[in-house]
Each structure stands twice: as C-alpha cells, then as structure tokens.
Write a protein of this length. Structure first.
Length: 389
C-alpha cells in the first residue's frame, strides 16, 4: 500500500505550475525549478519502490494455551538480499495491536529476532502477522507499505476447572473402567503380537501364516458411556454484555471445556455440539485447517445472531449420540428447558447448566439435573456435588 505525503502532492503541483509557467513565458529558471521538483518526486518513488528481500519466520511457544496462560511469539526477519543493508520501519500485527520490530542496518545474510508476549486474557483465536514493512524516501515524499510472511494463529482455550465426578450414564463399561464389570468385548479393533497368556481362540491364523508369527485379535468395548455436550451459542441465550463480551457465554465455554477434559481423563467418548452451526470454511479462515479438536472449536466459538434450538434437539433425538446430555446455556435459554427435557427418552441422564441467571430454574425443569452457576468455577463446585445423574 503506497501513499503520497502532503509534501509530495505540493511538490507535484509546484512542478506542474513551474514547468508550465517556464515554457509559457520562456523563463528557463522556472523550467529548471519545475524539472528539479519532478526529478525529486521520481527519485522518491523509485527509492520507496525498492523491495527488500526479506524472509520472515515466526513460531508461537506454545501455540495453544488456556486463558490467562503465557504465550510467546518469536519473530525472525532475515535479509536475503546480496547488495545492500536494509534500514526499515516494521511492525507485526498481533490481534488488534501492533508490535514495533526494529530493523536497523540489517546486513545481507543477517537476521534480527524479536520476542514478545501474545495477549491471552480473552478466549479466542489470536491471529499474529503478517509483518508490515514501511519504506520512506529520504525527502519524506512517498511512503510504501508491504506485508511479509504469513499469519500464525494462537489458540486461547477456555479455562479448565477440575471435575472429580464424571457421569457414567446407562451404558455398561465391559472393560471395567467405569463400573468395574469384568473385561469382555466382541468388537474387533486391531491385530497385535501374541503374548503368553493370550487365548488361542483369539489367534488370527491367516495373518499369522502370512507374517510368520502368532497374531491375536484385539477387541475394544463399544458400550462405554458416551457424553454429549451441547453448547448454546445463540446471542439470544446470552443477552447481557460487559464491554461487548457475554460473560455468561465465556462461563459456558469454560464449563464445556471442563467436561471435555474430565471425560478425556476417564477415557470416555465425548461429543461437542453447538446449537448455532459454525459457518462453512471457518477453519480455513482461521488460518489452520487442521484444527479440529473440541478445545480448538471452543476457542473459536462465537455467538450467532441466527440460530434455533429445534434443529439441534431434532438431531440429538434422531441420532442418539450418547446416554448423557449436558446442555450449557445462559439466562436467555432458561425457557428452552422444556425442549431439552423432552430428550430424556433418548438420553437417560440430562444435565443443564445455566450461567448468569438471576432467578432459579423454572418448575418445568422437573427430571433434569439443573446447575445454576455464576461462572465456570461455581459450575465445577456444584457439578461435583451432584448426587444423581
């Protein structure tokens, strides 16, 4: 992006006027001054248009953190040119702020490294980059800015509050991880080498003959309890804002992250769903198409003005994704407890977390485990106090 300064515009006008007057009235002095002004503008344009060869690399340490944890960005700028040193004015974009990057007398083949802290005080995806280098001519007539390097996202996950209790649902855990039922399963998963003590009836003879050693079938349990976390990301469910941020939604994200981590800790299957679907191509827009983890999705989750609970509940009823449903909403979602309670036929255990509500849950919440909490920490404390699922 190039820009002509006010001095440059004035000089161009003066050059045109002087050249016109000099030729019109045959004043060589005016013609000389006009030509000098034009040459100065041309020199400034050529100087600013020189594009230095810069190689920009950056790395975040770490690139995924919980809200409030430290994350550092390391930026390295190398002068890949061979002829001249570069003295540039540069700044790196970090979220909504700019970080100055000193590039003074950067000689050919040399590099300059800058480390700075990435703000993690808010949940979200912080885009870092690109580096913007500004070139100015010595006369201050032309300014030209160019981007260098790409953008690296830093994922700020919600805070995780430890949960001691994990719903076991109605499914039998045949391998004994949850309800201490003796091991036993009939679902094939993979093949592994034979070890002393394996039953011969589990030997896969065809594969054993092919590889030259005994191979046995490894089975897995398909009846483990499965938890479904439904996060209400509708704007109507979180109407209250503080400095543009819906604190009830931030608390709901923290509660969702806490349930996910607790389920992972117990090796239980868990699914994260959002009431308002994410826009198509959102991962590519964030700059990291490979980011598909639930905590990454929570980091990037945003409130949607449009959204209806009915499609989400219809899918839950149709697909029966688990046996324990955890619905997390805000003050505006209290009136939807009836629709969530209707899912008890498909989900024997339904837990509803309501954040930021000034009144207790309505009477229509009979049969549901309702947790009224001010924030994620209060939700974790009340969650561990639940005696029935």
């Amino acid at each position: 992006m190039s820009a002509l300064t006010a001095r440059c515009v004035g000089l161009l006008v003066a050059a045109v006027v002087l050249l016109g007057a000099g030729f019109r009235f045959a004043y060589p002095e005016l013609t000389l001054l006009g030509a000098a002004a034009g040459i100065a503008v041309a020199y400034a344009a050529l100087t600013a248009a020189w594009r230095p060869r810069l190689e920009v690399t950056r790395s975040a340490d770490p690139d995924r953190v919980a809200r409030g944890e430290a994350a550092m960005m390391t930026l390295t700028v190398r002068n890949a040119g061979r002829l001249r040193a570069a003295s540039l004015v540069a700044e790196d974009r970090c979220g909504d702020r700019s970080v100055p990057v000193p590039l003074l007398r950067l000689r050919p083949g040399r590099d300059s490294t800058v480390r700075y802290e990435v703000p993690t005080d808010r949940r979200g995806v912080v885009p870092v980059g690109p580096l913007r280098v500004t070139r100015r001519d010595p006369l201050g007539l032309v300014t030209l800015s160019r981007p260098y390097g790409g953008t690296v996202p830093v994922w700020v996950h919600p805070r995780v509050h430890p949960l001691n209790a994990v719903p076991t649902g109605a499914g039998r855990s045949l391998d004994g991880r949850v309800d201490k039922v003796p091991h036993g399963s009939i679902t094939f998963d993979s093949l592994r080498e034979y070890v002393v003590g394996d039953e011969l009836r589990r030997v896969h003879w065809r594969t054993s003959a092919r590889v030259g050693e005994l191979m046995v079938r490894e089975n897995v349990d398909t009846s483990l309890p499965r938890i479904v976390v439904l996060l209400d990301n509708r704007a109507v469910a979180h109407p209250q804002r503080v400095d543009g941020v819906a604190e009830s939604f931030e608390s709901a994200c923290e509660a969702a992250a806490s349930v996910l981590v607790a389920a992972y800790r117990e090796a239980l299957p868990v699914v994260l769903l959002l009431v308002a679907p994410e826009p198509a191509g959102l991962a590519a827009a964030r700059g990291d198409e490979a980011a598909q983890g639930p905590l990454d999705r929570l980091a990037a989750a945003e409130l949607a003005d449009a959204g209806d609970l009915q499609p989400a509940t219809a899918r839950l009823r149709r697909e029966r994704l688990g046996d324990t449903l955890v619905f997390l909403t805000g003050p505006g979602g209290r009136d939807d407890m009836g629709a969530v309670g209707a899912l008890r036929a498909a989900y024997p255990s339904v837990v509803v977390g309501v954040f930021g509500a000034t009144e207790p849950a309505p009477s229509g919440a009979a049969g549901l485990v309702v947790i009224d909490a001010a924030d994620g920490a209060a939700f974790a404390a009340e969650w561990d106090g639940v005696r029935r699922w």
